[in-house]
Design a protein around this ligand. Structure first.
Ligand SMILES: *Cc1c(COP(=O)(O)O)cnc(C)c1O
Length: 357
């Protein structure tokens, strides 16, 4: 089969060496005589996997000791509910900055738990540098979506919230660039974009944020449950955690998050440079807020967008269709997208432009 490049926003491209390793170990994991899928989550072999995954993750992001790392289920979407359930008491409030569709969904769920103040940039393609003056001083936390997967925007500077903890949905850029974990009270991410397959969600939470949920908080929705049982309260998504561990090993081999960031910026800049020169394709995002991970672009007409998508598929450039809410195209350039994939996309766009001008 011809080589394809997968530009999907998620589930997304995984590193080829990781998939090869999964295949190699699939029938006999580490001399156990069985597949990792068949191992008890209470076995020493699996405990080893989940402990290595946590250790690697802590190392790659330099996570301080006063933070827990939890492996949960329910996707980033369940965190929209779990966060207010654990961090908000009745009559307390939180601020949510709405920079896109995922932030809106987070607000919908949080509003069921407490009072939510929302802040929305005037222009969806410009994210201002917020400070404590833009926020309510009584808030328990400020929630942001640090990379907007659908709109293709990111913060150039994270809000300065003073003493109010910052909570961030990093689903679509975690491990793609360096972050200072200390600046956040809680960080969460579904794995299926930059960390591994779908099924596992990572939560990094400062220790003092755990243990404050009300008594009627369901056990499965209380962070404390997962802290006490080291993410093994009930059966975790064992296979997803195993593949994530392999992805983390791969990131480390590549030189860690710093090196990922260099490569990701290079890949994204190649595409942005092309878009800025192009007479046919456009990206609407202001330069300082352009995502390095998700790059939306469009032509002047729906017909040309359709024609381009068809052409791209013939070239093996897959899942470039933009999100249904914004149309056009979107290229997701996660850690595992090789530079050759981006180059092939640019070459195809360039050729298409010549033929259609
Ligand atoms: C994909 C995505 C989600 C939803 O993740 P699920 O794991 O499907 O719940 C939430 N937030 C952001 C920023 C995303 O990119």
């Amino acid at each position: 089969m011809e080589q394809v490049f997968n530009f999907s926003a998620g589930p997304a491209v995984l590193p080829k060496p990781v998939l090869a390793k999964v295949q190699e170990e699939l029938l006999n994991y580490d001399q156990t005589g069985m597949s990792v899928m068949e191992l008890s989550h209470r076995s020493a072999a699996f405990e080893n996997i989940i402990e290595s995954a946590e250790a690697l993750f802590r190392e790659l992001l330099a996570i301080p000791d006063d933070y827990h790392v939890l492996f949960l289920q329910g996707g980033a979407s369940l965190q929209f509910s779990m966060i207010p359930l654990n961090l908000l008491r009745p009559h307390q409030s939180a601020d949510y900055i709405i920079t896109g569709s995922w932030s809106k969904k987070a607000v919908t769920e949080a509003s069921k738990q407490g009072t939510i103040n929302t802040i929305t940039p005037e222009n969806p393609y410009i994210i201002p540098d917020y400070t404590h003056q833009d926020l309510s001083s009584a808030s328990q936390y400020v929630h942001i979506t640090s990379n907007n997967t659908i709109e293709g925007t990111r913060y150039s500077r994270y809000p300065k919230t003073g003493d109010i903890p910052l909570v961030a949905d990093m689903s679509s850029h975690i491990l793609s660039d360096s972050i200072d974990v200390k600046k956040f009270g809680l960080i969460y991410a579904g794995a299926q974009k930059n960390l591994g397959p779908s099924g596992v969600t990572v939560v990094i939470v400062r220790k003092d944020f755990v243990g404050n949920a009300s008594d009627n908080c369901p056990t499965m929705l209380n962070y404390e449950t997962y802290v006490k049982h080291k993410s093994l309260f009930n059966t975790p998504p064992t296979f997803a955690i195993y593949v994530m561990k392999l992805v983390l090993e791969w990131v480390k081999q590549q030189g860690g998050v710093k090196e990922m960031e260099v490569k990701n910026k290079e890949k994204a800049q190649m595409l942005y440079n092309f878009l800025d020169e192009s007479k046919l394709f456009k990206n609407p995002v202001s330069k300082q807020n352009r995502s390095f991970m998700n790059i939306p672009f469009l032509t002047e007409s729906k017909q040309l967008d359709e024609a381009f998508l068809k052409r791209a598929e013939q070239e093996g450039l897959m899942f470039l269709k933009g999100h249904r809410s914004v149309g056009g195209m979107r290229a997701s350039l996660y850690n595992a997208m090789p530079l050759e994939g981006v180059q092939k996309l640019i070459d195809t766009m360039s050729q298409f432009e010549k033929e259609n001008r």
